[in-house]
Ligand binder design. Sequence first.
Ligand SMILES: Cc1cc2nc3c(=O)[nH]c(=O)nc-3n(C[C@H](O)[C@H](O)[C@H](O)COP(=O)(O)OP(=O)(O)OC[C@H]3O[C@@H](n4cnc5c(N)ncnc54)[C@H](O)[C@@H]3O)c2cc1C
Length: 383
Amino acid sequence: MKLELTDEQSAVRATAKKAARDLLAPDAVTNDREARFPRENLKQLARLGLMGVNVPFQYGGSEAGVVAYALAVQELAAGCAGTTVAMMVTNMVAEAIVEWGDESQRSRFLPRLLSGDDWLTASFCLSEPGSGSDASSLCTTARRDGDDYILDGTKAWVTSGGHSGLYLIMARTGGIAGARGISTFLVQGDNPGLIATKPEDKMGLRASTTTQIVLDGCRVPMRDRLGNEGTGFRVAMRALDGGRIGVSAQALGIATAALTAATRYATERRQFDRRIADFGAIQDMIADSATELDAGTLLCLRAASLKDKGVPHSKEAAMSKVFCTEAANDICHRAVQIHGGYGYTRDYPVERHLRDVRVTRIYEGTSEVQRIVVAREALNGVN
Ligand SMILES: Cc1cc2nc3c(=O)[nH]c(=O)nc-3n(C[C@H](O)[C@H](O)[C@H](O)COP(=O)(O)OP(=O)(O)OC[C@H]3O[C@@H](n4cnc5c(N)ncnc54)[C@H](O)[C@@H]3O)c2cc1C
């Protein structure tokens, strides 16, 4: 078993670390306070090749693989978690186009999306107001009209809604109920039938704009259907297997920033005439956090490495997501605790990390749903 990174993986990580330090972190507080969408920094991430880390060179990607992608997300999320989720969803949509798209779709959409010159981000539209965990019950419809489809319905929780150049949208075709009746469409952001609503007022990830997308007679040419009719649920689940690796890495990145802040504070703050870092209770919190960070990183990189090898990784991605996101929430809580009352104010960054990390247990499949995936595999074959 080899645990060393390749030169390429190390280089991608170094690029992301520098971008996090020089570009993302300096804007993170303002982005959070003003709920400001980080247009310029997303453009810079595209220029650095970070919008298509696991996308072939020929389509404008970096072709560096999934481990490199996870490392990049981890570094970026330590700088600004909200900017990072826009980058993650763009990578996820780009990979889906590589996997399921035809040559015309790949060459029409990917270079435009990944260069940062034209489209800044892509959005993934599976959830609806009435269907979250039970995604196969979605109601948005796509009916045939000559050589086009007409999409009608409302998508919920759309990351980068209103800013994206391209939307990957799951809708029901042929009036077929359940997962088998879902198809996927690539819809451009300037389509007059696609309307973004007012952004959600979220507790965290405030640099990321989250909206509903209303599809009102949205006309989409047949050539922009991704994959065959009826494959949409498989497209979504495959994308989410990879997305869960990204969310694991994002949670680890936020937790790394929180632990770094907490260890620094623990060596500066003095009580009872000693550094608080000298108290066993504080050391226990730091030790548990550092250990969980490393354990999570190993789970995350194992899932990424399996995906790189092209072998099934649903269970490993689910294990990674549930462990990393729950550990990261605990680490952020401990970081606030180590800061005492100051951690509860906006003068220190740990309250933002705690708000940002909370959603990682919810989106791209809740912790409860990840446990269902893991338990199903564990029980498989057991009487
Ligand atoms: C900031 C943010 C960004 C998002 N971005 C996107 C995006 O870009 N694209 C997109 O499509 N979606 C996005 N989502 C939606 C997200 O994926 C859903 O919120 C998530 O899947 C949960 O769905 P729900 O909110 O409808 O909760 P529900 O499914 O209603 O769940 C509510 C509770 O019930 C539990 N529950 C549900 N079913 C079961 C079960 N079978 N067993 C046990 N417990 C269960 C859940 O775990 C949860 O605790 C985003 C959400 C947020 C908050």
